[in-house]
Design a binder for this molecule. Structure first.
Ligand SMILES: [Zn+2]
Length: 168
């Protein structure tokens, strides 16, 4: 009886080790970037596929950093449309975030939450108060301390957020 239990435990141990090795191997495998599909840059089709019309412009892919390839471990932990991986993130912060740094993860959550809150506010001002994109931009710039010099760019973004809402 003990022998059988012993054999089962050994078999189980081998199975667990093999499974872990398989997971390690998979996480180190190089894959085609799920955001840009290997091109190294995102185009209109990638943006539409990931439903980021309001948030992204075409250009260098910031998921694979223009390489077109990423590790399996990254695909397993970070979604292709992760908004935190954008052009305002510096190289050091990006590296830490990809490695799973807790502080960077918290910053990413905060960033995504405040972005979503701002989008909801824009939609609310547009649908409930019938404000124009220009009026919404003026209001948010005044309330949030956004530099006035960013006004033109900000209006374009507000228009995109409204357009994305209308598409849904
Ligand atoms: Zn990419």
């Amino acid at each position: 009886m003990y022998l059988i239990i012993g054999i089962i435990l050994i078999a189980l141990g081998i199975f667990i080790v093999a499974k872990r090795k398989e997971e390690d191997r998979r996480s180190q495998e190089v894959h085609t970037c799920p955001r840009c599909l290997g091109k190294g840059h995102v185009d209109e089709l990638d943006i539409a596929r990931l439903k980021r019309e309001a948030d992204w412009m075409t250009g260098k892919c910031l998921y694979c950093n223009g390489k077109g390839k990423v590790l399996g471990s990254m695909i397993a932990t970070i979604p292709a449309d992760e908004q935190y991986l954008n052009s305002s993130l510096d190289a050091t912060a990006r590296k830490l975030f990809v490695k799973g740094d807790a502080n960077q993860k918290r910053r990413a959550e905060l960033f995504n939450t405040s972005l979503n809150i701002m989008k909801e506010e824009i939609i609310g001002l547009y649908t409930l108060q019938h404000l124009s994109a220009g009026d919404i931009a003026t209001k948010l710039i005044a309330e949030r301390g956004i530099p006035k010099s960013d006004y033109a760019q900000f209006v374009v973004w507000v228009e995109k957020v409204i357009a994305a809402q209308n598409r849904e």
